[in-house]
Design a protein around this ligand. Structure first.
Ligand SMILES: [Zn+2]
Length: 704
């Protein structure tokens, strides 16, 4: 995951401060940090200082952008694009320093600053995006380019087109009536999404399954039973209450032996939102109609086209083609998995019919037979060794970069360690802050973020963070990781490398400033080095004996890699297709009443050729929060889009000798270094020599 604050506010910049701002000179956020790597001087930053720097920073930013807009000289790269990238220096410094600390080590005061400043920052972004004079200034630069008066190179041209597009997607070019309607639609969509989210949360709780006889809970362990009992007690009910999770699949089905109970849980899951007190069908219909109207206002055929235009897929046709190429293979592999599970089921139930609610139970049993004992693995996965001999070592072998801890520098807490990153030549490249362990003040999950964006224009070296939530070891005890932790560390470091190896002119286009359907791809690629036998040999060493992981254990670990991958791919693919169908179908062909939602869904899956009654989409329409309440409408496909590139790249790496400097150099120079400074699919083709080939993902899921 990558965390970014608002793109417009992100453009980091340097320059002299106006006299008006000098009252804050004792505030360390008001001027560039004198620490190495421009690390924020956290010891000197106060909450009041953050507030002051945010206020002064927004004012300065607006003033500087107004100056660009009002400039009467002919528009040039220097007086428009470069000045823009230099603007808002205080704001970007304050935001990145504050945001990084807030996410990893918050307190009530920092939460209060977020609550106070989120609306102010939204107003700030709007003030920029609705500034017609600023937009006209960009247009005049584009006109001069088009008429041949001035020439723009690739990075200038891409920055200009991204900026124009951001304004235009916000409706700046529309007549006033349409602009009003657009704002009205956006407000209505925000309301509908909030209602949808509330209904599905309440609906999920209401769909919890009550069990009144303990015998029916056979298969659940005592912890699960105890949790179910206290949930029932909290709800004022006698018995055991089994809660549902968001997805169609329910983890409780992996253990439940009672088939009737399995059926009840499964049906409770897939029927959420279809009627009753938590019916979401009308909201779905309202949402897709409003989105379509907005797309038409902005000149797009449908909402999916509007969304694809902002991603690296670029068009709905490209998304459709990718999904269609994967569909037959995904169906074949899930059918094969179904046969295997059916065979297991028949041993228990010679006369019975294998049903959808039996899937997870038998899949879990198949997986358990091949599973590696986590306790056996753990002593070999000591954090420090994994970091230095695994994660860092892979980067050194690929890119020549070396990592040197700077104990004289302090991150936002004493637990956040700073490492200087050097090129093979010894030249200092940037820094990475490593903050691996959980603490009560840290957000859940794992992420990378950027404290300083690399930029040639500003001569800034990149500073990135790698923040995880691994169990904190006791004092003087080693930190032993799980295998999932190891993969997470490599994944987040893949994002770090994207930021560190960035080599672009403009800070706003640096490193991970790439479309949503692209940004996870380099980090997914970096995960493969966790599985590299020569590296495992070196980093997976028993923390007491110093012995490397036995070959048998390593082989067992590698063999678990593909477990259940057909089901995963298929259920995601089906959900992606539903998403595309809802957002490409003309309003005239959408259901005209809530009763039509279910048949629309069935017809859609049929038309994509993926109907398979044993496995439903990962989310059905009525509880698909990603697309009706989250930020993934018409872009749920992006998970597979980046995985296609990941598998295609891994195949290229394998064909080119695996872990070596030549491979790293090519990946770095033609892809990672480019960041978002040119269209990312152009970078991809420059690196790979051809567009992504889906067959490698099919091979990965077992269709070789
Ligand atoms: Zn990620």
């Amino acid at each position: 995951m990558v965390q970014n604050y608002s793109l417009l506010a992100k453009r980091s910049v340097r320059g002299d401060l106006s006299v008006r701002l000098n009252e804050g000179m004792s505030n360390s956020l008001m001027h560039p940090s004198s620490l190495d790597f421009q690390l924020p001087d956290y010891a000197a930053i106060t909450d009041e200082g953050v507030r002051h720097a945010l206020d002064a920073g927004m004012a300065q930013h607006i003033e500087e952008l107004d100056a660009i807009a009002q400039n009467t000289d002919p528009a040039t790269v220097q007086n428009t694009l470069e000045e823009w990238e230099r603007s808002g220096r205080i704001l970007s410094r304050a935001l990145s320093a504050f945001w990084v600390a807030k996410a990893a080590d918050t307190n009530p005061e920092r939460d209060a600053i977020v609550a106070e400043y989120s609306p102010k920052l939204a107003v700030h972004s709007d003030a920029i995006l609705l500034n017609k004079a600023l937009y006209e200034r960009l247009r005049s630069l584009a006109t001069r380019r088009d008429s041949g008066e001035i020439a723009l190179d690739t990075q200038d041209a891409h920055l200009l087109s991204e900026q124009l597009r951001e304004f235009e997607r916000g409706g700046i070019a529309l007549p006033d009536d349409d602009k009003d309607r657009l704002r009205q639609i956006n407000a209505e969509l925000a309301d509908v999404a909030t209602t949808f989210q509330k209904l599905i949360t309440d609906g999920r709780n209401a769909a919890s399954v009550l069990v009144t006889r303990e015998a029916d809970l056979e298969g659940l362990d005592s912890t699960e039973r105890e949790a179910a009992r206290s949930l029932a007690a909290d709800a004022g009910q006698a018995g055991w209450l089994l809660p549902l999770v968001n997805t169609t699949g329910q983890s409780v089905l992996t253990a439940t032996k009672n088939r009737d109970l399995r059926k009840r849980v499964y049906n409770a899951s897939i029927n959420r939102g279809f009627g009753g007190a938590h019916d979401t069908r009308q909201l779905v219909l309202d949402t897709v109609a409003l989105r379509q109207e907005r797309a038409h206002l902005l000149g797009f055929e449908h909402h999916a086209g509007y969304v694809a235009d902002d991603g690296c897929a670029q068009s709905t046709d490209n998304v459709t083609a990718m999904l269609q190429r994967l569909a037959p293979g995904a169906k074949e592999i899930v059918q094969r998995e179904a046969q295997g599970l059916q065979a297991r089921f028949s041993i228990d139930h010679p006369e019975g019919t294998f049903e959808p609610w039996d899937w997870e139970f038998y899949a879990a049993r198949a997986a358990a037979e091949n599973a590696v004992d986590a306790d056996e693995l753990k002593p070999y996965l000591e954090f420090e060794r994994v970091l230095t001999h695994g994660v860092f070592a892979a980067a050194t072998q690929l890119y020549g970069t070396t990592f040197h801890e700077r104990t004289d520098l302090v991150g936002y807490t004493a637990e956040a360690r700073v490492f200087e990153v050097r090129e093979e030549s010894g030249v200092i490249l940037g820094a990475v802050v490593i903050d691996p362990f959980t603490r009560p003040t840290k957000q859940g999950g794992a992420w990378m973020t950027s404290i300083v964006d690399q930029s040639r224009l500003l001569d800034d070296k990149p500073v990135v963070t790698n923040t995880c939530n691994f169990t904190k070891p006791a004092v003087d005890a080693p930190s032993l990781l799980t295998w999932d932790n190891v993969i997470t560390l490599f994944h987040e470091f893949g994002h770090d490398l994207h930021g560190l190896l960035s080599d672009v002119r403009y800070p706003s286009r640096s490193g991970t400033a790439t479309p949503q359907d692209f940004v996870e791809y380099p980090s997914q690629v970096n995960e493969i080095w966790a599985w590299e036998p020569a590296l495992i040999q070196d980093y997976a060493v028993h923390h007491l004996t110093g012995q490397p992981m036995p070959e048998s254990l390593r082989n067992a670990l590698v063999s678990t890699r593909r477990e259940g991958i057909g089901y995963d791919t298929y259920e995601k693919l089906a959900a992606m297709m539903l998403d595309q169908s809802w957002h490409t179908t003309p309003v005239s062909e959408l259901p005209d009443s809530p009763e039509g939602v279910e048949s629309f869904e069935a017809t859609a899956l049929d038309s994509w050729g993926v109907s398979f009654p044993l496995v439903q989409p990962r989310y059905r329409t009525t509880y698909f929060a990603h697309i009706f309440a989250g930020g993934y409408s018409a872009s749920y496909y992006s998970y597979l889009w980046s995985e296609v590139m990941d598998a295609d790249t891994v195949a290229w790496i394998r064909d080119n000798g695996g872990l070596n400097r030549d491979v790293g150099e090519r990946f770095r120079r033609s892809l990672l270094a480019r960041g978002g400074s040119q269209p990312v699919m152009e970078s991809y083709e420059q690196f790979r020599g051809s567009p992504p080939d889906e067959t490698h993902l099919l091979a990965r899921i077992g269709l070789e």
